[in-house]
Design a protein around this ligand. Structure first.
Ligand code: UN1
Length: 507
């Protein structure tokens, strides 16, 4: 562990505050966050929590670097991000391993997550030469009207434990090419990964003379999060987490009329029609439901299956669930690692307990896995669900899938859309008509809607986010960059007189 962290530029007892330089750790100072690996419940490192003066030095650094960074030409900002992408490529293996050790996802997903950060860096480099505004017709003679985009300032990014590298990178790489500086409050469950990422990225930024481009604050989620969201010096807060957390962020930021970008809970459904190719559908559903131990906001939680194939599909899924290898996430054959901590296990068990009470039936799983190095390993669970079950309205961050028999695509879409969240959705079919209906305005009400591809595992090139209680924000690709900038409409009068719009006379 020591060697791994050193390779990533941090130590086992490190500072959780970076403000252009790491805060000193003194023995009597500071409280520490302890990073516990869910693999075996051992402490893999300690990180100091940011003090009030750390907080102020981070804000100062982010503000003063903003003044120079925004003046640095966009394509040159892109060059800095390109170098960061190279560093992430070089350190992909150890960083991916740290992700697995700190939050428990399997090695290939840990590496995939770092790849997602590399991809968004590449995307941001492209943006650094392509962001532009439109020129519009003016109704006045010899007037030119156009719009341009300016950076916002230091922005706050609050991230969850489940994607401790990628989600920050989606925000930070894009915000940085836009000309903003980025203050990060990571989950207190994955602080080492955050420190490692900041150490990698800030070395590059510092080398170019922008020490406060990426800063880090760690501490108790509720207190530090509240302080950051209430801070008027931060024009935008981008937050990823539960709907409850998002509501509190939106309220606090709204009160000061700041901007928020929210990426909150999902309760994603897949619909399986009888004309689907099961060789495509079943592995996709399995990855969606069991991948990352069901701890993605895009995980598949509900499965609506057309009645004639319901029993057969449940049987095949039960068999597949039985074949999922549970164990050390760093072993190549493992598909399911541990849940992140004991609270996550408790939530899983609470949901399982409610299944029979709400009329569901457990077809596979539902128990802790005994004799593992920690008590955080749970069985992937398949439930025969019942329409109207309250459990199916809620997001339990665990590998539990509710399968429900439906009479038609129409009924399935209605059930899919009936929950408060609206992040991701999938339809498995070979019918062009069914797929077009699903993608039409009468179809899925989610931010992401896929055909013959699972609910999770989106590419960074698309805008990522969802509707309703998922928060409405869009991050990563497409034109998500607009959230990190302010729009300015400009009118230039190059005529020799004064002409008012709407034909108004005033002389
Ligand atoms: C999340 O769970 O917060 O689409 C993000 C996916 C990943 C990102 C998930 N690319 O599943």
């Amino acid at each position: 562990m020591k060697k791994l962290l050193e390779e990533l530029g941090i130590s086992q007892k490190c500072s959780g505050c970076y403000s252009g330089r790491w805060s000193a750790i003194t023995d009597k100072s500071n409280n520490f966050l302890s990073s516990i690996s869910p693999i075996d419940a051992s402490e893999i490192g300690k990180i100091s929590t940011s003090t009030d003066s750390d907080y102020e030095s981070v804000i100062d650094a982010a503000q003063s670097t903003f003044h120079t960074w925004r003046q640095f030409p966009g394509p040159k900002r892109g060059e800095v991000i390109r170098e960061i992408g190279h560093e992430l490529r070089r350190l992909k293996e150890p960083l991916g391993e740290l992700v697995s050790r700190e939050m428990g996802k399997i090695r290939s997903e840990g590496l995939g997550e770092v790849q997602e950060a590399i991809d968004i860096a590449d995307f941001a480099v492209g943006l650094s030469r392509t962001i532009g505004g439109s020129t519009l017709f003016s109704e006045r003679v010899d007037h030119r009207m156009y719009e341009q985009w300016h950076p916002l300032g230091p922005i706050g990014v609050i991230t969850a434990f489940n994607f401790p590298v990628a989600v920050w990178a989606w925000n930070a790489m894009i915000a940085a090419v836009c000309g903003d500086t980025v203050i990060w409050k990571p989950s207190e469950i994955t602080p080492l990964t955050a420190a490692a990422v900041i150490s990698i990225c800030s070395k590059v930024a510092e080398k170019h003379g922008f020490p406060g481009l990426f800063t880090l604050l760690t501490g108790d989620g509720a207190d530090l999060g509240k302080k950051l969201t209430a801070d008027k010096r931060i024009p935008l807060i981008s937050a990823t987490g539960s709907c409850a957390m998002g509501r509190s962020v939106a309220e606090t930021v709204g009160k000061r009329l700041g901007k928020s970008l929210l990426e909150l809970g999902g309760n994603n459904a897949a619909i399986l029609l009888q004309d689907a190719e099961l060789e495509i559908a079943l592995p996709s559903i399995l990855f969606g439901a069991v991948g990352t131990a069901g701890q993605r906001c895009t995980s598949t939680r509900r499965l609506f299956i057309e009645k004639p194939i319901f029993e057969m599909v449940c049987k095949r899924l039960t068999k597949a669930y039985g074949d999922v290898r549970i164990g050390d996430p760093l072993e190549d054959s493992t598909l399911l690692g541990p849940l992140v901590h004991s609270d996550a296990v408790a939530n899983y068990l609470k949901a399982i307990e409610r299944v029979p009470k709400e009329g569901g039936e457990i077809l596979f799983g539902g128990k802790l896995v005994p004799n593992m190095p920690s008590t955080f390993y749970v069985e992937p669970t398949l439930v025969r669900g019942k329409k109207g079950m309250q459990l199916m309205e809620e997001e339990t961050f665990a590998p539990i899938l509710y399968a429900v028999s439906v009479d038609s695509l129409h009924e399935a879409v209605e059930l899919q859309n009936s929950v408060p969240q609206g992040l991701s959705s999938s339809l498995f079919t070979s019918s062009m008509r069914s797929s077009e209906l699903f993608l039409s305005s009468r179809g899925s009400d989610c931010g992401i809607a896929n055909i013959n591809a699972g609910t999770s595992g989106a590419e960074i090139g698309g805008a990522f986010g969802g509707e309703k209680e998922t928060g409405g924000g869009r991050e990563a690709g497409s034109d998500s960059w607009k959230a990190y900038m302010r729009r300015q409409t400009n009118t230039i009068n190059w005529s020799t007189g004064v002409e008012l719009a709407q034909g108004v006379r005033f002389s």
